[in-house]
Design a protein around this ligand. Structure first.
Ligand SMILES: CCCCCCCCCCCCCCCCC/C=C/C(=O)SCCNC(=O)CCNC(=O)[C@H](O)C(C)(C)COP(=O)(O)OP(=O)(O)OC[C@H]1O[C@@H](n2cnc3c(N)ncnc32)[C@H](O)[C@@H]1OP(=O)(O)O
Ligand SMILES: Cc1cc2nc3c(=O)[nH]c(=O)nc-3n(C[C@H](O)[C@H](O)[C@H](O)COP(=O)(O)OP(=O)(O)OC[C@H]3O[C@@H](n4cnc5c(N)ncnc54)[C@H](O)[C@@H]3O)c2cc1C
Length: 664
């Protein structure tokens, strides 16, 4: 058998649910589905957005091509009068990191969240029309995670009513800001505010970097690219920059002044707005990153699942076909939890978007009460989902065997582009430690303050600490209440145990540092409670379509019982489960895999990914893998000639034993 076309046709016939209805459930609503379907096709059918050749291009060509795509996209946005939502989808489907990500996801949100009304009136229309292009320059060569450790200074000069932005040391050079090296005309620069020799914390300042006429850097500004990054195409379409400031003057009204103000006389005024709002842009982007995780993971899973149905190895009987690798239980136990995770992340991402929208409305009305929880949730879920997605993409590469390592599988580039999400917008361990601070505080207050929001389950601390799991058969694991309770009990017990151990330290900060590895594990356990609970809440809603809800229930149990199996050490060590109950959960997991199996292809079809987005021969919708792999190999420019450059010069002299006289 040459191709897998017939295999995927057969697989699609096995589906036990309405795929079109599942597409709607995945998208969130019929309207969302139709919108994204339309934009996905718009991109897929436009040759300018072709991306197969990307990994072969040199950096300069790659970058120029990316600028061309952005310009073409902007033209489409104007010509077709696309809404902001449609324009965001367009960027998603073009699937190429570019300076516009920073413009729309960081520069504009930073001004929206931290600017005064006057600043918003001035800068937002310019930015939204792309008349200024902005980036987000926070990280420096010497500090990224430790924002309070940034060294760039913004010193107020009362004579001129200006701030002087300066990089006093090498390590204070801004390092990493995307879009900055070659494109952005402005940046939000985070710097230490100095008034009359006194430090008043780190704040954001709008700094013009380039001349709007000829694009040259302004006097006092040294700017360049920080160099090639991991992977060939991948994130190298982005111009991550280095900037040095040599006493650059900016008007006083370019400090973002919603949180604190500096008066004409150079006095510092702290408003009622908490200073954490300075970090608000990061909360916004972390929430976006969680929503994006399901998209990235679902792409890898779609490729690996389709290919696993096409690929056959071993087990031929009487000259019949060999076994599809998707039928191996080992393949299923690696692949199906990732399939289920993609759905789980989709639903928790939906919920987090709701939470963020709620917090944003409150912040606009000067209600800051839910900010700490929003920070803990966005930080923790950003960490959980990006780590699992990055690991999941790599697992999908292995699930595709040798062919997964080919760039034409679409997986290497996806991985290389995705993996910095574990680092940017907050290193994942640093983010989990933020959750830990929130949990420790929640646990220490349990005696007199009712936990709310995502920690509300800890109100039942006594029951969760004392009662144990009652499951006696594998079947009894198929109960959402039983599953959620197990996760809640494990999380509560881990958090309380950390709290008890911390209490033994005289210095709480020393204790926190000493126990930080355990605290990160407790934080992960808490974040898993959130994901599992939000999946259950989704299942409690009306979900139309034949068999759709049933399949989502199967995926819920796969996700939760897989996690339970993976972390069974925690569940056993906290004493909530017995080894027998953990083993029953694993028995149930095997049964669940056989329920997923006939639906696997239909479940990945429900992501509605175009072949353009997947950019993968292994994941082609039609399953025509082998002929297309063969064709792509001979279309590779490296195969233009049978005799590669250098063969006559370096190989033939060796073959002829003539190296001594060859010119090397
Ligand atoms: C196309 C690519 C594909 C990849 C997939 C992604 C696509 C996603 C689509 C969305 C589009 C995204 C486009 C943009 C691309 C990304 C480009 C990257 C940009 C960046 O990386 S920008 C730089 C980001 N930097 C960081 O995240 C720094 C991390 N550090 C911090 O956040 C903080 O400093 C801290 C959390 C570590 C805190 O440190 P510290 O303890 O020193 O804190 P403070 O003393 O300052 O404050 C203490 C109290 O404040 C609370 N706190 C901290 N942060 C916040 C917050 N954000 N909100 C609310 N409260 C906060 C602490 O918890 C403390 O509270 P306490 O009560 O006093 O304990
Ligand atoms: C592709 C990419 C794009 C980026 N774009 C931007 C941008 O547009 N603008 C911008 O400002 N920045 C940007 N960044 C920078 C990014 O935000 C930082 O790299 C990130 O916040 C991590 O900080 P760091 O590099 O200082 O890591 P570090 O904090 O130095 O981390 C190094 C190691 O130390 C550990 N560590 C650090 N602190 C602690 C602690 N307290 N406890 C325990 N362990 C700790 C970490 O877990 C990690 O293992 C980008 C980065 C990347 C990779």
């Amino acid at each position: 058998m040459e191709g897998g076309v017939d295999y995927l046709i057969d697989e699609r016939k096995k589906a036990q649910f309405d795929v079109e209805a599942m597409k709607v459930a995945w998208a969130g609503s019929r309207q969302a589905f139709e919108l994204s379907d339309r934009i996905a096709k718009l991109v897929a059918n436009d040759p300018i957005f072709e991306k197969f050749s990307r990994p072969m291009l040199g950096r300069k060509e790659l970058f120029k091509n990316s600028l061309r795509k952005v310009a073409h996209a902007w033209k489409l946005i104007i010509d077709l009068r696309l809404s902001e939502e449609e324009a965001k989808l367009l960027r998603h489907y073009i699937d190429e990191p570019a300076y516009t990500d920073l413009q729309w996801e960081m520069f504009i949100p930073a001004i929206e969240g931290q600017g005064t009304e006057e600043q918003k009136r001035k800068w937002l229309p310019l930015a939204r029309k792309m008349q200024v292009i902005g980036s987000y320059a926070q990280t420096e060569l010497g500090h990224g995670s430790n924002v309070q450790g940034l060294e760039t200074t913004a010193t107020f000069d009362p004579q001129t009513d200006e701030f002087v932005i300066h990089s006093p040391t090498l390590t204070s050079s801004k390092w990493w800001p995307g879009g900055t090296a070659k494109v952005s005309t402005h940046a939000i620069v985070y710097a230490r505010l100095i008034l009359d020799g006194q430090f008043h914390g780190v704040h954001g300042f709008i700094v013009q970097l380039r001349n709007l006429e000829n694009h040259t850097p302004l006097p006092g500004i040294t700017v360049g690219d920080i160099g090639m990054k991991f992977g060939n195409g991948a994130y190298n379409t982005m111009d991550n920059g280095v900037i040095r400031f040599n006493h650059v003057h900016i008007p006083r009204n370019q400090m973002l002044m919603r949180v604190s103000q500096v008066t004409r006389e150079g006095k510092f005024v702290q408003s009622d707005v908490p200073r954490q709002l300075l970090y608000g842009t990061m909360v916004y982007v972390r929430q976006k990153i969680v929503a994006d995780a399901s998209k990235a993971l679902s792409r890898a899973v779609c490729i690996a699942t389709r290919y696993s149905a096409v690929r056959r190895q071993f087990g031929s009987r009487n000259g019949g076909p060999e076994i599809q690798v998707i039928d191996y239980k080992t393949q299923q136990s690696r692949l199906f939890p990732l399939l289920a995770s993609a759905y789980a992340f989709r639903f928790v991402g939906e919920w987090l978007k709701w939470l963020y929208t709620d917090v944003k409305q409150r912040l606009e009305a000067n209600d800051f009460s839910t900010l700490p929880e929003a920070h803990a949730c966005t930080a923790g879920l950003k960490s959980l989902t990006t780590s699992a997605t990055a690991d999941g993409i790599e697992e999908c590469r292995k699930l595709c065997g040798g062919h997964g390592y080919l760039v034409s599988s679409g997986i290497p580039e996806l991985f290389a582009t995705y993996v910095p999400a574990c680092t940017f917008e907050g290193d994942n361990v640093v983010m989990m430690l933020q959750v830990a601070r929130f949990l420790v505080k929640t646990v220490s207050e349990l005696g007199y303050k009712q936990p709310v929001g995502t920690t509300a389950y800890m109100r039942r601390v006594t029951a969760l600490m004392q009662s144990n799991c009652a499951v006696r058969t594998a079947e009894e694991w198929l109960n959402p209440g039983v599953v959620v309770e197990a996760f809640e009990a494990r999380s509560t017990r881990m958090a309380v145990a950390c709290g008890q151990r911390l209490a033994k330290f005289e210095n709480p900060e020393e204790g926190f540092a000493e126990l930080s590895a355990d605290l990160v594990e407790a934080s992960l356990a808490h974040c898993q409670v959130i994901v599992v609970s939000k999946f259950v809440e989704k299942l409690q809603q009306e979900i139309p379509g034949k068999g759709v809800k049933r399949l989502l229930e199967v995926l819920f149990y796969v996700y939760a019982l897989f996690l339970l199996h993976k972390h069974q050490g925690d569940f056993l060590a906290t004493g909530y489960l017995t080894p027998k109950q953990a083993s029953l959960a694993n028995d149930q997991l095997r049964i669940l895999y056989s329920k997923v199996r006939p639906n696997a292809i239909a479940l990945v079809d429900s992501f509605n990914h175009t072949d353009h987005l997947l950019s993968s021969i292994l994941g082609r919708y039609d399953g025509n893998v082998y002929p297309k792999l063969y064709e792509a190999a001979f279309n590779d420019p490296f195969n233009d000639s049978d005799i590669a450059d250098g063969i006559h010069q370096y190989v033939q002299p060796m073959l002829r034993q003539e190296l001594h006289s060859a010119k090397l």
